[in-house]
Write a protein of this length. Structure first.
Length: 199
């Protein structure tokens, strides 16, 4: 898996995360998860940032799985439930506790305030990747040729409408969660007008 020279990591962990995401997410959500990785990795490479490619890829592929029915929690925000899912998944890979905690942390923090890359580069990459993919925030940092190649390789397939619907469901059932704050703050309109869906 490579787009415009940006590669994904090889190995058992990355392949297992890809298979699980592909199995449980629909095509739109799966493609979003992969695009989130590529956006974040491309941004890191442009900025000259070193990062843990395997940790970032696994977290990117798992970060939205708690929006799917098998993993949706009735009490926890989806990002917190996703963090727990990541800890269980990576335990099966034999990752040590600290690395399992890091995967969970990335997923939780992607719905929080921006993290500076010098503080936590992988968490920042997931924030960059998901923001570009969902609302189009920060897309100006990427060459049009890269964006076009990424969407061609992993098409949107009605992602914006599907994702807004998922967040609205989270907001209705968990009014105190971060998704509810976004829905109340005009985020659905930004998501539905993502430049990646134009043209």
């Amino acid at each position: 898996m490579e787009v415009a020279g940006v590669r994904v990591p090889a190995g058992r962990a990355a392949e297992a995360a890809r298979l699980v995401c592909e199995e449980y997410a629909d095509a739109a959500l799966y493609h979003h998860s992969v695009r989130s990785y590529f956006f974040g990795a491309a941004w890191a490479e442009t900025c000259g940032l070193d990062f843990d490619r395997e940790l970032f890829f696994v977290s990117a592929l798992l970060h939205d799985l708690a929006l799917t029915p098998p993993f949706d929690s009735h009490t926890l925000s989806f990002e917190e439930a996703g963090g727990h899912l990541a800890r269980v998944f990576t335990a099966g890979l034999g990752w040590p506790t600290e690395r399992r905690d890091r995967a969970a942390e990335l997923i939780v923090l992607h719905m929080r305030d921006d993290v500076a890359p010098e503080v936590d580069v992988e968490s920042r990459l997931l924030q960059v990747g998901t923001s570009a993919g969902v609302s189009g925030a920060g897309l100006e940092a990427f060459e049009a040729t890269f964006r076009d190649a990424l969407v061609e390789a992993y098409p949107r397939r009605g992602f914006a409408q599907t994702f807004v619907h998922l967040f609205q469901g989270q907001a209705e059932r968990k009014p105190g969660c971060a998704a509810a704050e976004l829905v109340a703050g005009g985020w659905p309109e930004r998501a539905m007008s993502n430049p990646l869906d134009q043209g």
